[in-house]
Design a protein around this ligand. Structure first.
Ligand SMILES: [Zn+2]
Length: 61
């Protein structure tokens, strides 16, 4: 059975937002990412950014 003519790949992304300066950073989702959980350090102010959004994007292969 062939459901799609084109092969699609779903990529998961994580958006981190700094609570201090509101800088946002988009990166690929990594295992263990949880919404609103503290994530990596903000690149501009050094504050710990938290996860603002996790979403999937469909990409054409
Ligand atoms: Zn910041």
């Amino acid at each position: 059975m062939n459901f799609s003519k084109k092969k699609k790949v779903v990529m998961a992304f994580t958006v981190e937002k700094c609570t201090k300066c509101n800088a946002m950073k988009k990166r690929t989702f990594s295992d263990g990412d949880t919404l609103f959980a503290p994530s990596s350090k903000c690149a501009s102010c050094g504050e710990i950014a938290s996860i603002e959004k996790i979403f999937g994007e469909t990409l054409d292969e």
